[in-house]
Write a protein that binds this ligand. Sequence first.
Ligand SMILES: [Zn+2]
Length: 504
Amino acid sequence: MPPFRTAGVGLKQPLAAHGLPTGLKLYGSHTWSDNYFRYLKPMILNLHDTLSGEPRAFAPADPKRVTMYVCGPTVYNYVHIGNARPVVVFDVLFRILRHIYGEDAVVYARNITDVDDKINAKAAADGVDIGVITNKYADAYNADMAMLGALPPTFEPRATQHIDAMISQMERLIAANVAYAAEGHVLFHSRAFPDYGALSKRSLDDMIAGARVDVAPYKQDPMDFVLWKPSKPGEPEWPSRWGPGRPGWHIECSAMIEQTLGLPIDIHGGGHDLIFPHHENEIAQGRCATHSDTYARYWMHNGFLTIEAEKMSKSIGNVLLVHDLVRQFPGEAIRWALLAAHYRAPLDWTGDLLTQARKSLDRLYGALRRAADLSVDAAAQPPAAFLEALGDDLNTPRASAELFALARVLETSRDAAERTAAKSALLAAGKLLGFLQIDPDAWFEGGADGDLKTKVEALLKTRFEARQAKDWATADRIRDELNALNVVVMDSADGATWRLKEGA
Ligand SMILES: [Zn+2]
């Protein structure tokens, strides 16, 4: 929280009364003091809500416990760069919410889908239990997302650990006459929920006309969707009163949200491609099971990612895996590239985009390196214009422009106090977006071992944040990863330093 925010300091009171310098020009038409006071106001956050179709001022149900859920990966392979976009976009939102409401006041869950046809197929092909596949790729996913600077979510529920919650939700849906059992299946009867289609703005009849609808003898209506289905021989199965089987995908999220966060939640996020049918079905399940008007109070969806103007697909051979990219480029540059467009706009991933991202960070780190002699005000806050940009539905392109404006002051001003303020504000703003936290020299010491350096710094940053969040499981996992990289970490009051093990 910014200092004095609630202390009743009026704009008309003299700055000197609060020990603040006066009249320093920061950039553009703002003076340092203007800027300082502008961020004493609470940050305003407007979010584009898919359900209402318009931007809305964000107000959580309970500011002491702000809840957010984002659909996570199905873990049967390394994820592609399109899957990383929602992770980074909603990581920015997670950081903004923590900035506004406090780090302990935001509860963020991102699930792991660890039961699925593709997982079964992969496990059968490799001759192993599905857990071998899902653990391997869930760990790789988390390590790769950490390289992109994504903070670990508060909860990472796995489908196989919440089967009871799914069965409980199905029982209530059947009791509410919106779901039924047939031939070992449980199905949701879409026509029983009058608001079905409200999120995707389509009527049931439009959906039938436009969609690939599975017609099956056990369905009362073509648009009914599966909540539970019998497992085929050799597939994992769980007992239920409808027979041994496994859950459908959609019931996973609504049940895990109910169990880990409680319904309704404040924000539900995911890729644009999940609006229909996944999120439409989640709303139907969640609202009917809890007899509520609301499932998520704000719905947010990020746009598609294309590769050199083409859809990513195996047949074209243009699938870019994050696991490979983070070994070729600094994670921070990949993160920058993912935030280069507004999150709702399509993002075209090109070689040039990554080169530009790296150059942008070179400029900012270069300004910081040339200002290494200046001290940093640890209590500095991101400037108002930067917060206003992010508060405007996460306008990251505009927020990045504010970072360059600060770097320009840092590079061109001759006033030491002004430069110190600019450097401090640049680091504070960078931190809020998940950038500029490594030593500038380390950034430029790319070369042969740059990959390792970047990776270690990213892991240390995540470990530090995990420890601050008292997330010991993540901190321990990262320590093990660092150990595997032959890295020795030395913790001190000033933070952690590291070196390679001797002989490594
Ligand atoms: Zn989901």
